[in-house]
Every structure is written in structure tokens, then in C-alpha cells.
Design a protein around this ligand. Structure first.
Ligand SMILES: Cc1cc2nc3c(=O)[nH]c(=O)nc-3n(C[C@H](O)[C@H](O)[C@H](O)COP(=O)(O)OP(=O)(O)OC[C@H]3O[C@@H](n4cnc5c(N)ncnc54)[C@H](O)[C@@H]3O)c2cc1C
Length: 299
């Protein structure tokens, strides 16, 4: 049994052991140790050493600049939700993710690193146009989240890299709509989820991001369909809602698994898109502030 745990003093040390020893990063441990658990009561086994990064100050801060929010990769959900500039749609996503005990230790970097198609924060980060910052000993880079996640459990994170932060443009959720469909109110992974947000220009849509989670190998977002919605007034959205719904349905390809069935996921995806285009976007465009957010009831 391997118990090779490394406790670096800072980010540079963590990056060094990642590069030199191929150490696997561990943050909140709520995915990694569950995935590698063995017989109850025994220690999980991994083929590589583990480098713990959850305590590193360089990775835990949430800070707002003039135009964007920087969320450290090891910031826990409770702290992200508590920051005054965190977009409301992300706060709502966090409120429906797992349960308070998990949210006190689990991190957004872990949600991305795990790369599950049902990762709830990831779905909302797609809608918010998030960029992910990665670092190695020698370099750092910033990529759109959609470029980082390539399939279930697959990412383009290099063997020597760590996710260091997530950047969100501020003001991207003047209106928003979030629905997570799970079995229970707490500690239930998504059967599917929809996150939509954007900006207004008078009564027209200046910008919109629509992301669908757990209905394809990666989160589904469509640049083509979003381009068609940009500049649209409520009556334009009403006129093209059938094309929009069938456009999104053509992009999803859900599976049967332990949480749900392909048939259910297709039907509920259509229902959520219908709710978005028929009732949420016109309200958001015309309505008062209380219509500009929407809490998700369990279904
Ligand atoms: C009871 C329970 C309920 C849950 N409910 C939900 C839910 O409702 N929605 C949901 O989306 N998830 C849920 N999860 C899954 C999990 O809590 C989240 O995915 C969480 O965000 C993982 O974060 P972590 O810090 O615990 O990740 P870890 O387990 O520490 O790491 C996860 C993966 O990411 C990698 N990683 C971590 N940090 C980095 C980094 N900085 N750079 C590169 N790679 C990194 C690790 O090597 C590992 O492969 C649940 C888990 C449990 C146990």
C-alpha cells in the first residue's frame, strides 16, 4: 500500500514535485479519495505520490479586479459563495452542490480537474465564459474552460501543471437562469443541469451563454446558436424558440447510467430549454429585478 503524501510549503514546491515525481494534486479530496477508495476503513491506494495543495495561500484567495473575479483553484465553495462579487448564478450553483460539509472542503479546481460531465460548477463556469489559469515550474497559461476539458475525466492539463485559478468576467450575469435536476436536494449529482446568463442592451440580448451539463461527454455550449440570439428582442426569441430548442437537442447525446436514463435526460432537457426560451428570457428582458434570477425548485 502506498502512502506517499507530500505537503509542500508553497506553490513553487508543489509545482516542483508535480514535475519531478508526477505527483497527483489533492485539494478537498471529495472526488479523488472517493474514486480510489478500497475496502471500508482502509487507506485509498494510488500509483503515484499525492501532493496536497488545499492549504496553499497562493491558491485559496478569491479576489475581484475591475473587470474580472479571480477564484483560486483551491478556494472552497463556501468561500467562493461568500465573496460579494461572485456572480449570482455561481452562488446559486454552489447552494445546490453537495451539502455544507462538502462545500467547506471541496474546491472549484477539483471540480475542473475531475472533469465529470455532471460537474455542477463546471457547467456554470462554461455559461460565464470562464478562463482557467494553469502553471508549471517554467510557465503559466490561460485557456477557455471548454478548451481544457476534452471528455469524461479527460483534460489537457499537463503532467507538470496545476490549475492555479479561474477567471470570470464580471457583469456577465445581468440575467440568469439555473436549473439542476437531481434525486434529492442535497448530496445528489446532477441528472442534468442548465445554466444560462448574459447581458442586456435595452430590451435586446447583448450577450448570452447557455450551458447544458450531464447530457454529453462534456458540457454543451453552442457558439452558433448564441450568435443567433445576440441582438434579439423578446419577440425574436419567441419566433425562433423551436429552432433554438431543436438546435440544442441536436447537440446533446445523453447516456443511461446509475443516475438517470437517456430518455429522461432528453425529455427534461427539452423541458428546461422550453422554460428558458418561453418564460425566462422574455421575463429577464422585460421584467423587474426579481425576475432576473431564478431559484431552482427540485424536480
Ligand atoms: C457526498 C458528495 C456529494 C457531491 N455532490 C456534488 C454535486 O452536487 N455536484 C458536483 O459537481 N460535485 C459533487 N461532488 C463531487 C466533488 O465534491 C466536487 O467535484 C468537488 O468540486 C471536487 O473538489 P475537491 O477539491 O474535493 O477535488 P479533489 O478530490 O481534491 O480532486 C479532484 C480531481 O481534480 C484534481 N485536482 C484538484 N485540484 C487540482 C488543481 N489545482 N490542478 C489540477 N488538478 C487538480 C485531482 O488530482 C483529482 O483528479 C460530491 C462529492 C461527494 C463526496
Amino acid at each position: 500500500m502506498r502512502r506517499d503524501w507530500i505537503h509542500p510549503r508553497n506553490l513553487q514546491e508543489a509545482l516542483a514535485v508535480r514535475a519531478e515525481r508526477g505527483a497527483v494534486p489533492l485539494s478537498g479530496a471529495t472526488d479523488l479519495l472517493v474514486r480510489h477508495r478500497g475496502v471500508a476503513g482502509t487507506f485509498p491506494t494510488l500509483d503515484a505520490p499525492i501532493v496536497w495543495i488545499g492549504h496553499l495561500e497562493e491558491l485559496t484567495a478569491v479576489t475581484a479586479g475591475a473587470h474580472e473575479l479571480r477564484i483560486g483553484a483551491a478556494a472552497v465553495y463556501t468561500d467562493i459563495a461568500a465573496h460579494p462579487r461572485t456572480p449570482a448564478i455561481l452562488r446559486q450553483t454552489i447552494a445546490e452542490l453537495a451539502a455544507p460539509a462538502i462545500r467547506n472542503v471541496a474546491t472549484v479546481g477539483g471540480n475542473i480537474g475531475n472533469a465529470s460531465p455532471a460537474a455542477d460548477a463546471v457547467c456554470t463556469l462554461y455559461a460565464l465564459d470562464a478562463e482557467v489559469e494553469l502553471a508549471s515550474v517554467t510557465a503559466s497559461r490561460r485557456v477557455a474552460i471548454a478548451e481544457l476539458i476534452t471528455g469524461p475525466g479527460r483534460t489537457t492539463i499537463g503532467d507538470d501543471e496545476l490549475i492555479t485559478a479561474v477567471y470570470l468576467p464580471l457583469g456577465q450575469d445581468e440575467f440568469w437562469f439555473y436549473r439542476k435536476v437531481g434525486t434529492r436536494r442535497a448530496n445528489a449529482l446532477s441528472k442534468l443541469a442548465l445554466a444560462a446568463c448574459g447581458r442586456l442592451d435595452g430590451r435586446r440580448l447583448a450577450d448570452i451563454g447557455v450551458a447544458l451539463g450531464a447530457v454529453a461527454p462534456t458540457v454543451v455550449r453552442s457558439g452558433d446558436l448564441e450568435r443567433r440570439m445576440r441582438g434579439a428582442a423578446p419577440e425574436d426569441i419567441a419566433a425562433m424558440r423551436n429552432e433554438l430548442i431543436s438546435g440544442y437537442l441536436a447537440l446533446v447525446n445523453p447516456i443511461d447510467d446509475q443516475r438517470s436514463t437517456r430518455r429522461y435526460r432528453l425529455r427534461v432537457t427539452e423541458n428546461l430549454l422550453t422554460e428558458l426560451f418561453d418564460r425566462r428570457l422574455p421575463f429577464s428582458l422585460e421584467g423587474s429585478a426579481e425576475h432576473r434570477g431564478s431559484r431552482s425548485p427540485q424536480r
